[in-house]
Design a protein around this ligand. Sequence first.
Ligand SMILES: *Cc1c(COP(=O)(O)O)cnc(C)c1O
Length: 454
Amino acid sequence: MAQSILYYSTNHAAPKISFGDALLQGLAPDKGLYMPDAIPVFSSEEITGFSQKPYAEIAFAVFSKFFGNEVPANTLKTMCQEAYTFDIPLEAVVDNKYIMRLDQGPTASFKDFAGQMMGRLMQFFLQKNNAHKLILTATSGDTGSAVAHAFYKRSNIQIAVLFPESEVSDRQRKQMTTLGKNIQIIAIDGKFDDAQAMVKEAFSDPDLRHLELTSANSINIGRLIPQIVYYIYAYSRLATSKDQPILFSIPSGNFGDMMGCVLASKMGLPVKKILIAVNQNNEFETLLRTQKYAKIEPSINCISNAMNVGHPSNLARVIELYGGNMDEKGIITKNPDYTLLQNDFFAVSVSDELTKQTIARTWEQYNVLLEPHGAVGWRCVEEYCAQNPTENNALIVSLETAHPAKFPQAIIEQTGVNPELPPSLQNLDTLPEQFDRVQGNYATFKKYLLEKYS
Ligand SMILES: *Cc1c(COP(=O)(O)O)cnc(C)c1O
C-alpha cells in the first residue's frame, strides 16, 4: 500500500498532515476541518466483488485506501473484525425500497459504526506516539454514550462527557453512567448549548493545554471514513446488476453521516442522488433552494432530537467538495457549484407532525417500525418519489439511525407498540450509576478539570 493520502484543512491555512495526526488533532489549528487531498476509487469490478465479502472485509478495503500506509495490514484487519461484530439488517419495505437498520451496535445508534473504529484507531496512534489524550464531549444524548462505549477501557485515553441533567432521558443517562473506569460523566445544571459552549471554551483555553484535550465528534475526519462503509455494504447486498444506480435517504443533523455517502459516491459507488432528510432545522434545504445560507439560532427542538442542529459543522466539507468555501463562522466565502449540488442532492424538511404520521403509517401499511429519525428519512423518500414518479422502481435505501427502543414514547403514541429493548440496553436498570455534578459555568468546570486531570 504505497500511496499516501494527506489531510488538508478546509481553511487552507494549516499544513497537510497524516491521517493519524488528523485523527488525534480533531480540528485543524486554523479552525478548518481536515479532508483527504485525494479520494481513492474502487473499480466497478471491486465493488461487484464486495457482494461476497463480510462487512469487516469491506471496511478493511475502504480503510486500506485512506490510511493503509499508517497501520499495519494485520492490525487493521483485526480492528475491523473486532469492531464490526453486529448485524446490519436491510429490511424490504415496498417496491425496490429498503430500510437499513444501523442500530445493532453497543449503544443502538449508527454512531457506533464510527465510534467502534475510532476508539481502536486512536488507541493505536497514541500508543505508537507514547502520548495521551483527554477526549471532551458535550452530548444531548446519543453522542455521549457512543463515545463512552467506543473508548471504554482503551489505554492512553480518558473521556469526559458533559450532559445537561434535565434534558437527557433516564435510558440515555444510564448508557453513560454505568461504565466507570476511564469514562467520567459530568452532569451540568444547564442546557445542551451551555455544555457545548463550556467544551468549546476549554479547547481554546491555554491554561488547559497540558491536558491534551481533543474531540470525538463529527468535526473529526476519523468519524467520517468509517461512515463510508455501510453505503458500499448496502449496495453490495442489494444491487442486482453491475453499475446499477442507487439512492440513499439520510436523516441528517451535523451531516457527518451524509459525508460518508458523498465520499462513497466519489470513490465510485454509483449513487444517483443523495436524499437529505432534515427536521425543522432546514438550513441546508433552504441553501439548496435559495443559494443563501443562514444558521438557525437557537436550533429548533424537534422530536428527532439528535438532528436539532442549526449550523451543521460538516457543511464546510460539502461546500469544499463542490468547489466553494465556508469558514468556521458559517460564512460562504466562495460559492460552490450550485448546479452540481442540486443535481447530486435532494433535500426535504419534515415537521414533527409529519414525522409522527410517518411512524404511524409505515407501521400500519408495511409493518415497519421506525423511530423519529428514521421516519424523517422515510418521509423524504416518499416526497422524492411523489415529485419524481419515474423513480418509483429505483433502488432506494433509507437509513434507520437509532433503535426504536431508544425513543419508546413517540412509537407507543403512534403505533401502540412498545418496542423491545435490544440486548445492549437490557441490563441498564440493574447497574450502579456514577457521575459528578458541576455548575453550568465555565469557571467551575475549568477548576474541576484542573483538579481532576492535571
Ligand atoms: C447523530 C444522529 C443523527 C444525525 O447524524 P449526523 O451525522 O449528525 O447528520 C441522526 N440520527 C441519530 C439517531 C443520531 O444519533
